[in-house]
Design a protein around this ligand. Structure first.
Ligand code: ZN
Ligand code: ZN
Length: 412
């Protein structure tokens, strides 16, 4: 037996007035999602706890069966690992942005005009040469996609208890990084990151790429904003917990990082971008293929969350329909007599509030031995009447592992 867990990032939503108080998922034409609901067992799920809006990192930890409230240790390390960097126990990592600030450090553009990968890479090569005063701490800085980058501090006596320098909006001053507790580790970490930010700024201001950007009237990338200090979570990898081999198909660095820490392989798919332009069909084909060599496959699609943050419910409906076609390909090509397929979202992202919300998400599992219920459609309201009732995010993995014969008996 094999299993596929399909995670649609931010697909669940709240009712929208313009949609006659329906959700985008309720409006979308989605025969394949409905087929999974109709032939499966359905429910709703609180990723972390009722009313707690989950971040994608904590939600993915939960979907892999971990108690996120206990093991979550910040975003930075997960994002860095998902970007291909090595992060060791004790290291502290940050998610960074190339940004544009004025001479008073007021943020003008948090994404430096969505700087190109090429420009960011050239700037990064110069930033890598910066030297820290304290020689026992080393750093790795890597640009990922456009304005995005990660910073890892390697060394001892580091702490994640430090604030962000990224104010999260434009028109306000860059915040100095401050220790959030009284430990010498937090103080040292804050000092090091502030030192790096200042040294980075000098290098960036003088850089030929930025001179070129000024000439072309593009925003300069003259500051590195940091946020989300994190360490590697201390978790037992899934192959050890269940004796399974699994892989993750997804482009979002954060999700790849969580899956890697959980002991899963990462399958690279050409055309998978983590954006609304992602190649849905390439991901479907990769999923079917990956199932041959694995016990289970995590298939993650980021696109719906991206447009929800923009409040674009019309595009969300279109993307749900593309997502549905991707699932139809999977349903056609896997052997449904030996495969369990679960589909869900990692959180509700409201197109009205443009943010993650704490409402539960729909979940459906189809497969040869599930107790089918009466639910005929896959959406937030229909699934709430299903046989799974209301479960927690961390329940879905043991349920799937039980179906494929990998859960261990509790007791004698
Ligand atoms: Zn998410
Ligand atoms: Zn989001």
């Amino acid at each position: 037996m094999k299993a596929i867990l399909i995670i649609a990032d931010g697909m669940a939503d709240r009712p929208i007035k313009e949609l006659n108080w329906k959700t985008p998922l309720e409006i979308a034409n989605k025969p394949s999602l409905n087929m999974i609901a109709k032939t499966g067992v359905c429910g709703i799920m609180d990723l972390i706890s009722p009313g707690i809006p989950p971040g994608s990192d904590a939600a993915t930890l939960a979907l892999l069966g971990y108690d996120a409230l206990k093991v979550y240790s910040g975003r930075g390390a997960l994002e860095a690992i998902g970007s291909g960097l090595e992060v060791f126990a004790g290291d502290v990592a940050f998610r960074c942005n190339f940004a544009t600030v004025n001479e008073k450090r007021i943020v003008l553009d948090r994404r430096a005009g969505r700087i190109s990968n090429e420009d960011a890479a050239q700037l990064t090569r110069s930033l890598e040469k910066v030297k820290l005063k304290q020689s026992h701490v080393k750093f790795t800085f890597k640009n990922t996609i456009q304005h995005r980058a990660v910073l890892v501090l390697h060394g001892s006596k580091l702490s994640t208890a430090v604030s962000d320098s990224d104010p999260g909006k434009t028109g306000v001053k860059v915040s100095e990084i401050k220790p959030l507790d009284k430990s010498p580790e937090a103080k040292q970490t804050a000092n090091i990151v502030n030192e790096l930010m200042n040294k980075f700024r000098k290098v960036l201001e003088a850089h030929p790429i930025n001179k070129k950007r000024i000439e072309s009237k593009m925003p300069t990338a003259n500051f590195i904003l940091c946020r989300g200090a994190g360490k590697v979570p201390n978790i037992k990898p899934l192959p050890q917990v269940y004796g399974v081999k699994g892989t993750c198909i997804g482009a979002a660095a954060l999700v790849k990082g969580v899956c890697k820490v959980a002991g899963l392989d990462l399958t690279c798919v050409k055309g998978a971008t983590g954006t609304p332009q992602t190649d849905f069909m390439a991901k479907a084909k990769a999923t079917v293929q990956a199932l041959e060599a694995n016990d289970f496959v995590i298939l993650h699609v980021k696109a719906m969350d991206v447009v929800s943050h923009d409040g674009d419910y019309k595009q969300k409906i279109e993307l749900i329909e593309k997502f549905d076609k991707m699932i139809s390909h999977i349903l056609d090509d896997v052997d449904l007599d030996v495969t369990y397929i679960a589909v869900t979202a990692d959180h509700t992202t409201s197109c009205i509030t443009r943010d993650h919300e704490g409402d539960p998400v729909p979940v459906a599992i189809t497969g040869p031995q599930v107790r089918r219920d009466d639910v005929m459609k896959f959406d937030e309201r229909a699934c709430s009447k299903g046989g799974l009732n209301r479960i927690r995010g961390m329940d879905i993995m043991p349920i799937l592992m039980n179906f494929i014969g990998k859960s261990k008996k509790f007791g004698a």
